[in-house]
Design a protein around this ligand. Structure first.
Ligand code: GDP
Length: 425
């Protein structure tokens, strides 16, 4: 059966939650491979809405093992709140595994996140202030705390003796903020250790066992390709690797196991936070799409910026991730438009560009070349097969598929599980 990677092809929020949830119907394991509780997924099942930050979307399927992988940074308090919310809703969490290698957000990380962001002034990144970026920085500096440290509290205490003075020095001397005390942190994390103990595991035997048994494993990414630390619009990116390479590293799986890579794209584009966004729309149409698509962050409620479908971005995402099938979501949001546009390419400083460039100042100041197509002006929400989609909607999807050079495998026409058109099944 092998591994399916589910990767966001744009700037995140593409609707990966719903797509992963659908893929999980035939999967035995789902691994959340990177990101922290700065990402949010919404899954609607049986008329109920579930919001997740850390727990993989597959948790709604009682037989699916859900792993929070080593590439994730997690805030123990957030994971515990999610666990409680899910258990109250009747979900069975026996199958939840948290990797002992995942890193933890410590109490000083959100504080530093806010202070560092405000120190950036006009160059601020638009972080979610959850401490995710500072926790990843500490992981790279090798002064991070891992979930497994909760099982060795003496070791955690010793490490805190070394790390906390470094943090307090910055907090107090650089920002004039109050310091943290080791004893308070230790008390808080001892409580987390007790409450999380039942989930903490070494995922190596769990994941390799599933692969050896030939089970179907889904890798659930957070954010999207254009927010990848290396491949995205740096520095307006997240601090982890949402691309498929990052998914493998964050799950501890080798490329030989991968049987398919699904790229999730909205039928248009959105992004939160600052940074380049070539096809961005403003004014009435932007407002209309934002309202109709409910384009407000799951985690923060921040309004998302909206724009047309961007083929250069999609082609780039296909290339860097090895995407072999497109999942196009939220087609229904475009239902009432008279005209839909697809960005074919960019013109920057007199040059034609067919993919997003690394230089973000060039990417900020370019013109998009568009293909205009007639809208379908009919509801797609009830369509359950390709033939039930309006002809203009099919033409729109076919053009996207041709231009991106990749087949469409799934079209989502509403948030519910059954509001899905499987193509070629
Ligand atoms: P993710 O982080 O990529 O999973 O995306 P989010 O969960 O932040 O955003 C997707 C939002 O769109 C959620 O509220 C979904 O319920 C909703 N959604 C997903 N697919 C569709 C769709 O096809 N149509 C509509 N109208 N909403 C959808």
């Amino acid at each position: 059966m092998g591994v399916t990677i589910c990767v966001g092809g744009q700037w995140g929020d593409e609707g990966k939650g719903k797509v992963v949830d659908l893929l999980c119907e035939s999967a035995q394991m789902v691994i959340r491979s990177q990101g922290g509780n700065n990402a949010g997924h919404t899954v609607v099942a049986g008329g109920r809405t579930f919001k997740f930050n850390l727990v993989p979307s597959g948790i709604l399927h009682p037989d699916t093992v859900c792993v929070i992988g080593n590439g994730v940074v997690l805030d123990p308090k957030v994971v515990l709140a999610e666990v409680e919310q899910l258990e109250a809703a009747g979900a069975d969490l026996r199958n939840l595994v948290i990797s002992e290698r995942a890193h933890m957000i410590m109490p000083y990380h959100p504080v530093l996140d806010r202070l560092e962001e405000s120190a950036r002034g006009d160059d601020r990144l638009g972080t979610t202030f959850r401490g995710v970026g500072p926790a990843y920085s500490d992981k790279v500096r090798r002064i991070g705390f891992r979930v497994g440290d909760l099982q060795k509290l003496r070791f955690l205490e010793k490490k805190l003796d070394f790390v906390l003075p470094l943090k307090n020095e910055v907090l107090v001397k650089l920002y004039g903020a109050p310091p943290f005390t080791a004893s308070a942190i230790l008390e808080e994390y001892t409580d987390y250790a007790n409450r999380l103990e039942r989930f903490i595991r070494d995922p190596f035997p769990v994941v390799q066992g599933a692969l050896a048994r030939g089970e179907r494993v889904i890798l659930e990414g957070a954010q999207g390709t254009m927010l990848d630390l290396d491949l995205g619009t740096y520095p307006y990116v997240t601090s982890s690797y949402p691309s498929s390479g990052g998914a493998l590293a964050g799950a501890g799986i080798g490329p030989r196991e991968v049987t398919s890579t699904v790229g999730v794209f909205k039928a248009y584009t959105t992004r939160v936070g600052y940074g380049p966004f070539p096809t961005e729309l403003e004014g009435e149409l932007a407002e209309y799409l934002r309202e109709r698509g409910v384009e407000y962050g799951t985690t923060t409620g921040r309004p998302r910026r909206v724009g047309w479908f961007d083929v250069p971005v999609a082609r780039y995402a296909v290339g860097v991730n090895g995407i072999d099938s497109l999942a196009i979501t939220k087609l229904d949001v475009l239902d009432e438009l008279e005209r839909v546009r697809i960005c074919l390419g960019y013109r920057s400083k007199g040059r034609e560009e067919d993919h997003p460039m690394a230089n973000i100042s060039h990417l900020k100041h370019l013109e998009c070349e568009y293909l205009d197509l007639p809208g379908w002006r009919a509801s797609t929400r009830e369509a359950r097969s390709w033939g039930e989609l309006p002809p203009q909607a099919r033409a729109y999807l076919e053009r996207i598929s041709e231009l991106v050079g990749t087949p469409v495998g799934l079209v989502s026409v509403g948030p519910e599980r059954d509001q899905t058109v499987w193509v070629g099944r």
